[in-house]
Design a binder for this molecule. Structure first.
Ligand code: ZN
Length: 284
């Protein structure tokens, strides 16, 4: 067991306690401030749990929802650094490398197409219908875990709704620690636990995850990484097929064979960026 731990925390907003739809976290929405505060406190709970279990070498928090401007940096526990803003090549896990001992995913959500899951999507709610890697549908947790896994970093803790927790156990097994923040009813409805109850459990589970980190296995996809992108409409596919090396296999589907997960990740970022541009209009 390392004497001092370096922890990478990737943060998404959909899975935090107390919110059930994107409407609540839009700019100028009345619930936005509370959501940002709860998100910040969930990260703080994880930090407290880590420091109960070990000495800290480094904690990096990667703000990875939308344009990465959600956490209230001045209200985070001291001693951390925060990756924020956009664009960045490895977006949700920007900066992850073999210096870290473990990855925590806080506030995550289930993959696109999950029944009853809150705000289910995979990287882009508007462009992506589904993504398969080596024949299996994957969500953001598996993708980001695989980037960490490329560097030998395992996933220790994941928090989000009950649908996400099921997804996570399927991919990583029972050894990963999880916290269920709410119970999905429909895409925009959930039965939410009280934020302070959630924070208490995150603190406990974060400590537990640190104590078993050396026994956790990094999650990986066997290379070459064969990615299938199923997009929301044909226009996005029309633009995505311009990417060198990508092959259009159907009106809305494309395949890309990447030599490793990092190459896949950059193609994923490109497909989503083209999707956004396609939907907001190209001038040529
Ligand atoms: Zn997300």
């Amino acid at each position: 067991m390392p004497q001092k731990f370096s922890v990478f925390i990737s943060f998404d907003l959909e899975g935090i306690s107390g919110i059930s739809s994107w409407k609540e976290v839009q700019k100028n929405a009345t619930a936005l401030r509370e959501a940002r505060e709860n998100a910040t406190e969930e990260i703080n709970a994880a930090i407290r749990g880590i420091s109960q279990a070990t000495q800290i070498k480094e904690i990096v928090v990667c703000d990875a929802h939308a344009s990465g401007e959600n956490l209230i940096i001045g209200k985070l526990e001291k001693g951390v650094t925060v990756v924020k803003g956009t664009p960045r090549p490895y977006y949700m896990v920007e900066g992850i490398c073999s210096d870290y001992d473990v990855l925590f995913c806080i506030g995550y959500h289930a993959m696109a197409g999950t029944h009853k899951a809150g705000m289910d999507h995979t990287y882009s709610g508007s462009s992506v219908y589904g993504i398969k890697i080596n024949g299996t549908y994957v969500g953001e947790t598996a993708i980001n875990a695989a980037v960490a896994g490329y560097y030998g970093v395992p996933v220790g803790l994941v928090t989000g709704d009950d649908c996400l927790v099921k997804e996570v156990k399927k991919f990583f097994g029972q050894s990963v620690e999880t916290v269920t923040t709410k119970y999905g009813i429909s895409r925009f409805s959930a039965q939410c636990r009280h934020p302070r109850d959630v924070q208490k459990e995150i603190e406990t589970k974060a400590a537990k995850a640190i104590k078993k980190t050396t026994r956790l296995k990094p999650f990986t996809f066997r290379p070459p990484v064969r990615a299938e992108f199923e997009l929301s409409n044909t226009l996005i596919a029309d633009y995505a097929e311009l990417i060198p090396g990508i092959k259009r296999t159907a009106a809305r589907s494309l395949v890309y064979k990447a030599s490793d997960i990092l190459e896949f990740y950059r193609i994923l970022r490109l497909v989503c960026s083209l999707g956004a541009l396609a939907q907001h209009g190209f001038s040529s």
